[in-house]
Ligand binder design. Sequence first.
Ligand SMILES: [Zn+2]
Length: 244
Amino acid sequence: MMGASTAKLLLAALVLGCVTGCPPSDKRIVRTLPPPAYPPLRQTPQTPPPSPPPKPVSTNLSGKRVMIDPGHGGKDPGAWKGTRSRLPEKAIVLDIGNNVGRILQSRGAKVYATRTTDVYPSLDARAKAADRYKVDLFVSIHADSAPKNPAASGVEVHIQKNTRGKSLEAARCILAAVKKAGIEVRGWQSTNLHVLREHSRPAVLIECGFLTNHGDATKLNDSAYRARLAAAIADGITDYFSQH
Ligand SMILES: [Zn+2]
């Protein structure tokens, strides 16, 4: 706020400027006069004050051990024939898995993978690796297909049947992060699956969308979308580890 004396000084300077230079008819001077030196009426703010920034979630994952398991591979393409997808499931989930692994590694986690190339480890080898490396979370990555229901779409997370605890917590964190990224989620399901059942570690299996659904298949064939989904999955895993 400008004081009354400052305002007078400024006015004097402007008048002086007029005398020494600009033509007297110049109306611009009037428009440059300072505002009156009294406090303005208190106005109701038009927009609410900005809310405080959200509490930062710790992204330091040092000491956490994660195993990424991109489904299928090699001789096993996964879902492909009869779907709307140009790429086979094995290629889509490998790309997503490698991205998730890289992000978690950059945040300090010790990341293992059942495969990082186009090879096929057996289901048993994948499950046994979870125990061998005593991982804090096993994350299997797949894409779904429902030939009889082409309308089915969205991301779904499976945990082993009759399991709750940490696996369910991880599933919820991943689904919340995926939803927050603006990606459709279906929810979680408990299912009897070899790679979730045959070891003792907390584990989730993410179905990244339906290759039989036109919209999901189009998105999953796009590398930018896969990177976005991978980042959301990594954020969900990071959220989970910030609580466990
Ligand atoms: Zn699969």
